[in-house]
Design a protein. Structure first.
Lengths: 164, 1150
């Protein structure tokens, strides 16, 4: 039984580690870190020193890269924390069906249809509306998909360069 | 009012004070009573008759106020009467007044004496004699005690710092003080001494049979010695009105000595006329004997009665005052070449202190438990005073037992304590001080529990004493020391022991306090570090050096280290190998005055002393030959430990890399010592290791690979040191800067190679694996390498410039590859740009044409790569848009700054060789390696790339806006020919931005744009006059601009803004400079604008006339001619200002 659990866990993704340990003191503003199991982008770091001889602590303010939710974390600067591996991939938008599923084609021509329009917070909704309207206008769009810790979401769109 | 009634009223009010509900009324009654005109008589009545203590007390206080108030109205007989009445009250009244009332009456009497002191017919001696007579008439021991108390009160009343207000001018107090000091003070002291000595020698004092007379006498002595001698420095020296005359023994060194001791120990400085009373053989021996006996009785005899304690405290106060003696009291060198009197006094003091503190552990432990804290503090004060007032050498001599005690002979020490004191004799001052310091430390004076207690105070004083001993008092010839001798080795050994104990105790205390969360301490730590002075820093240095081994991490907390580093950096910046230790007079004064503390003693002429210093100058403290090298080495070891011992504590690492190391490479002498030091090599190795850590196969790259394979990546935890990126920058910069210290070119090259080679390796590794940069580990490796490279670029100094440039030149390709690979990372992109910017900024001024060309080409490639990577464009609807805009802003700003620096690097060498035609063709970079790259070409190409990136959003950052337009103005001024030769699209883009700038609301931006326009118009004007094309085809009319040329269009923009939009005259001057050439070369267009302006006013004849007159005046007034030169510019500025004032009002109405 327990073996099965482990097995399931291992096969949830390709088995690759999705995070990377880094010392808290080395995580900068603009960098990524995992807070409460979520990949986030650090928008502010302050270092505080508690007590006369205590160790420095870093106070992180960060936003969830998928939901935009603001989170905070306090970590001693000498401790390690997890930094998520964040990938950006560009796809050409080839299809957009009524249920909001996107047809995305990568550079080598493979098409995937497992992603929906971004949603969940204001900025994502705005992006979704923009994609929808531009697609309806017949523009060719390149979408950037952000991938981290087994989660994927369309993060940006731009018009494909005109082919001369 | 009836006296009895008044008495009753006061009695009732005094009782009422004790009850809250009656308090207000009682206070009002008493105040009313104080103000009443007959208070004096009423008070005397109350004191005579009332039985209520409170009433008597109030009456005594009121008596003083009333007497002072009515003084001028009182006849002399009445004044004397008042005094006698008081005397009678305290001496003869039966029953005697209770102590609280008696002391109040005594202080009242002291005030009365002082008030009468300067009366014209006052016989001051008689007044005191009257009191003395009354005392002896009473002939009881309590009366004698009262008499002594009275004299002590008089002394206190006359001393300015303890006098009571009398509503009299300062002058009065000052004259009283001077008079008492001159005529009576010593007599008071001798009187007290006589009484106390008699009481001691007949045994009454120790047996307690004297009814406190001895204590009173000792208190009188203390009061006399606590007199504020320092102000006058001697009898009658101080004038009235608080004027303190300059020191009589002259010389600036005295002032220095005093300032150096400003926060130092207390001093008692009676003048030379006190010698017989204080220094003569046998004069005060009995005091020490008395104290020893009293002390023995309490500590050994266990007599804890208040009488015994009082006696001991009073005697100890006198002993402490004696230990603090300093100044002209001691014979100077001329009078006493061997310093016998001083030495003997010192020996007496030390022997007494030794007796008091033996055994030291008990003293310290008792104080820590809260018993006899005052003993410890008094002893510490005394030791600190002895250390700062007497030569260090005295501390080494074993002190012979005081003559009065050894044989029990001439001074007649009859007390029982002589034996013990004699047995303890023989210890040197140093051992007394050392034992006591260690004992205090062992007793926990450094723990957080001891904060604010007597133990802490005592420790501070004892540390001061050590500081005084170490600061080379021996070298002061005026104190009898040998100027060529260093600090004696015994003192150094002792100090080392003490500091070791200090550090151990401090660390133990720190460890205990480490887990207290106490946020309030943070600021205090900074302030404390700021207050670290020279010697305390030195103490800490010694401490840290003892601990710079691998145990450091467990022993010292990072916070402690951070504070220490901060203080050390400040200290090193000022004191370590300072530049002004040459043979200058100033340095000599500083060395002489700073070294010799204490009061300067006359005799040796200050001038002669200085002369000796100049010719035979010992190396200054912490100079290159005066121990500075050793201290530097120690600090470097500390820095290395700070960098490596606490991975992740960025605060400590930051202070070490960004405060301490820069301070240690600030001066050439420091650099010289750095590069010669092995510790410096260790720092370089640490940096190399930290860089290598990132490249280590077990490090990031492997982790990335491991991550890809599904393993668990643990890079940072793999044991080595890892620096945060900015630490790399700081360390590398310091390393590079130290090359300043190498004179030989070959050595310098070798050194730079050693420092930079590891960096080169890492850069190669980064560039060869671009894929890794998308991984956080790889990214941080690249960031670390780039930051280190930035440090190296910033550290460019003349001496090492060539090898540093060679390093970067050989790595240009690598950097470009890094930039390309890291295109997805904001951090890497930004850092590449900053690195290039700093490289140009620091290297440009050194470079010859060939190297400059190489650098320019590199810049060009960086710009291209940047543009090619698609950075800087903020995509639509992207997550965290504000953040992205900010990133873009930073990058674009770095680009602009880089271009600005490139402009500055153009030193004009290669101007003439560049044909104008090539600019248009040679736009493709690297279009031929033999071809020289022109600065202007680089900049314009760069601008071509940057301008599309400058969006409206970015222009809301004012810095970026200014940066761009000042660059544009500079380019148009310096290279107008190149601008004219630009391809049309680029030229039009530039003009578009210029148009934008001219309309910009920010005055600074508009001014820059106007000067750009002025430069361009002047160029066009002058070249058309010379028959050249000027802007040529660029100025052809285009439909987009309403069929006018670009200059005409911009002129219209400027005029429009000036006349119709701006309300102020801020821009008038710059606009005038631009308009003058424009008007000349675009006369037709100008006339069109003028006609338009008049056309708007049609129908308003008066206004039209007015404006057309103003226009004529503008173009011809003030002697304006058709040339663009300085004189004409000045005239035209005036014209424009006038024109605007006159026309704005008319045209804006319509």
């Amino acid at each position: 039984m327990s073996d099965d659990d482990v097995e399931q866990f291992e096969t949830a993704d390709s088995g690759a580690s999705t995070t990377y340990p880094m010392q808290a003191g080395n995580v900068r503003k603009g960098g990524f870190m995992v807070i409460k199991g979520r990949p986030t982008k650090v928008i502010d770091v302050t270092t505080s020193k508690t007590g006369k001889h205590g160790h420095a602590k870093c106070h992180f303010t960060a936003t969830d890269i998928f939901t935009g939710k603001k989170v905070e974390e306090l970590v001693p600067s000498s401790h390690n924390l997890e930094v998520p591996l964040v990938n950006r991939d560009d796809y050409t938008l080839v299809d957009l069906n009524d249920e909001g599923f996107l047809g995305l084609m990568d550079d080598s021509g493979n098409v995937r249809e497992d992603l929906k329009l971004p949603s969940g917070h204001d900025e994502a909704e705005a992006l979704a509306r923009q994609i929808q309207s531009q697609f309806d206008e017949g523009k060719e769009l390149i979408l950037t998909v952000l991938k981290s810790m087994g989660e994927e979401q369309v993060n940006a769109s731009k018009e494909a360069p005109k082919q001369d | 009012m009836d006296l009895t009634a008044a008495c009753a009223q006061v009695e009732q009010a005094s009782r009422g004070l004790a009850h809250p509900e009656h308090r207000a009324a009682a206070e009002a009654t008493l105040l009313e009573f104080r103000r009443s005109p007959h208070a004096l008589a009423a008070c005397r009545h109350i004191l005579d008759t009332s039985a209520a203590i409170e009433a008597q007390f109030q009456a005594a206080a009121t008596l003083r106020d009333a007497a002072l108030r009515d003084w001028n109205a009182l006849p002399p007989t009445e004044r004397a009467n008042l005094r006698q009445h008081c005397l009678h009250l305290i001496l003869q009244k039966q029953p005697p007044p209770p102590p609280v009332v008696a002391s109040q009456i005594i202080s009242t009497l002291a005030v009365l004496l002082k008030r009468a002191w300067l009366d014209d017919d006052a016989d001051r001696g008689a007044m005191l004699a009257e009191a003395e007579h009354a005392v002896s008439a009473a002939s009881t021991s309590s009366a004698r005690r009262v008499g002594l108390l009275l004299f002590a009160a008089v002394v206190a009343e006359f001393s300015p710092s303890t006098s009571s207000p009398m509503q009299l001018p300062w002058d009065f107090h000052e004259r009283c003080r001077a008079n008492l000091e001159r005529d009576f003070l010593k007599h008071f002291f001798l009187h007290g001494a006589g009484v106390a000595r008699a009481a001691f020698e007949n045994g009454a004092a120790l047996s307690g049979a004297d009814d406190g007379v001895c204590v009173g006498a000792l208190r009188l002595m203390s009061a006399a010695l606590a007199w504020d001698f320092a102000r006058g420095g001697g009898v009658g020296a101080a004038g009235g009105f608080g004027y303190v005359p300059p020191p009589s023994d002259g010389g600036g060194s005295r002032t220095l000595a005093e300032t150096s001791n400003a926060e130092g120990s207390a001093k008692v400085t009676p003048g030379p006329e006190w010698r017989d009373a204080l220094l003569a053989p046998g004069a005060v021996d009995w005091v020490f004997a008395l104290h020893a006996s009293a002390h023995a009785r309490v500590s050994a005899g266990g007599d804890l009665s208040s009488a015994a304690l009082n006696l001991r405290a009073a005697a100890r106060a006198v002993v402490a005052a004696l230990c603090q003696l300093a100044g002209d009291l001691f014979p100077n060198l001329a009078e006493d070449p061997a310093g016998d009197a001083r030495r003997a006094h010192f020996a007496r003091c030390v022997a007494s202190l030794n007796g008091t503190t033996t055994p030291a552990q008990t003293t310290a432990a008792n104080a820590a438990r809260g018993l006899g804290e005052d003993v410890l503090v008094d002893v510490a004060v005394s030791l600190s005073a002895l250390a700062s007032n007497h030569p260090t050498a005295y501390f080494l001599a074993p002190t012979p037992p005081p003559p009065g005690l050894a044989g029990g002979g001439d001074a007649g020490g009859g007390g029982g304590g002589g034996g013990e004191a004699a047995a303890a004799g023989g210890a040197s001052g140093l051992s007394v001080l050392g034992e006591l310091t260690l004992a205090v430390l062992h007793a926990g004076a450094l723990t957080s529990d001891a904060e604010g207690t007597a133990s802490e105070d005592a420790l501070r004083l004892l540390m001061d004493a050590w500081g005084s001993l170490l600061s080379g008092r021996m070298t002061d010839p005026r104190l009898g020391g040998d100027p060529n001798a260093g600090v004696p080795s015994e003192v150094i050994q002792g100090a080392a022991q003490v500091f070791q104990a200090y550090v151990q105790a401090g660390l133990a205390g720190a460890a205990a306090a480490a887990f207290e969360e106490d946020d309030g301490q943070e600021e205090e730590g900074k302030a404390g570090a700021a207050a670290l002075d020279e010697r305390l820093s030195l103490a800490a240095v010694v401490g840290c050096v003892l601990y710079t081994d691998d145990t450091a991490r467990s022993a010292i907390s990072p916070r402690l280290m951070e504070t220490f580093l901060w203080g050390a950096a400040r200290w090193a910046d000022t004191y370590l190998m300072p530049e002004d230790v040459g043979g200058s007079l100033h340095a000599a004064v500083f060395a002489g005055g700073g070294g010799g503390g204490g009061r300067v003693h006359g005799g040796v002429g200050a001038g002669a002393g200085l002369g000796a210093h100049v010719t035979n100058q010992p190396p200054g403290p912490f100079s290159e030959h005066g121990g500075g090298v050793q201290v530097l080495d120690a600090l470097l070891r500390v820095a290395r430990v700070a960098l490596t011992a606490w991975p992740g504590e960025t605060g400590v690492q930051g202070v070490a890399a960004q405060k301490l190391l820069p301070a240690l490479t600030r001066r050439r002498a420091l650099c010289r010592a750095c590069v010669a030091s092995a510790s410096w090599g260790a720092i370089a190795d640490a940096e190399a290791m930290a860089l290598a850590q990132a490249t280590d196969p077990g490090g990031a790259a492997a982790a990335a690979a491991a991550a890809a394979r599904g393993g668990v990546a643990v890079a940072v935890a793999s044991g080595g040191v890892a620096f945060p990126p900015e630490i790399h920058r700081g360390v590398m910069e310091a390393l590079g800067r130290a090359a300043e210290g190498l004179n030989d070119e070959g050595q310098c090259r070798e050194y730079i190679a050693r420092v930079l080679t590891p960096l080169g390796g890492v850069l190669h590794a980064v560039a060869s694996d671009p894929g890794a940069m998308t991984h956080p580990g790889g990214e941080s490796r690249a960031v670390a390498a780039l930051e280190a490279a930035r440090g190296a670029a910033r550290a460019t100094v003349a001496r090492s410039q060539a090898p540093v440039f060679a390093f970067f030149a050989s790595n240009f390709d690598v950097l470009i590859a890094t930039q390309r690979g890291g295109g997805g990372s904001a951090q890497i992109s930004k850092l590449v740009l900053r690195l290039t910017e700093e490289l140009v900024a620091n290297q440009a001024c050194f470079l010859g044409p060939t190297h400059a060309t190489a650098l320019c080409r590199h810049v060009l490639r960086v710009v291209e790569t940047y543009a090619g990577g698609g950075r800087g464009r903020v995509g639509a609807g992207e997550g965290g848009r504000a953040e992205r805009v900010k990133e873009a802003y930073k990058e674009v700003k770095a680009l602009l700054r880089m271009l600005t620096h490139v402009v500055n690097s153009d030193n004009g060498l290669d101007h003439d060789e560049v044909g104008e035609g090539r600019v248009a063709n040679g736009m493709t970079p690297g279009g031929g390696d033999a071809q020289k790259v022109d600065v202007a070409q680089v900049v314009f190409l760069g601008l071509n790339v940057v301008i599309p990136l400058i969006t409206d959003e970015l222009l809301t950052f004012p810095k970026l806006c200014h940066q761009y337009f000042s660059l544009l103005a500079h380019m148009l001024e310096a290279y107008p020919g190149k601008v004219a030769a630009l391809p049309p699209d680029l030229f039009n883009t530039l003009m578009g931005t210029l148009d934008f700038g001219l309309k910009h609301a920010d005055a600074e931006t508009s001014r820059e744009s106007l000067s750009a326009l002025a430069a361009m118009a002047s160029f066009h004007h002058s070249s058309t006059i010379a028959g050249q094309p000027g802007l040529g085809a660029h100025n052809a009319p285009t439909p987009e601009r309403g069929n006018v040329g670009v200059l005409a269009h911009l002129m219209r923009v400027v005029l429009n803004r000036l006349i119709f939009e701006d309300a102020s005259m801020d821009l008038a001057e710059s606009a005038a400079d631009a308009l003058l050439p424009l008007m000349h070369c675009e006369r037709v267009a100008f006339e069109d604008v003028a006609r338009e302006l008049l056309g708007r006013l049609s129908g308003n004849q008066g206004a039209m006339e007015h404006v057309s007159r103003a226009l004529t005046e503008l173009t011809t007034g003030g002697g304006l001619t058709d040339r663009v030169d300085r004189a004409n510019k000045r005239r035209f500025r005036r014209n424009v200002a006038k024109f605007l004032t006159e026309t704005r009002g008319f045209v804006r109405h319509n």
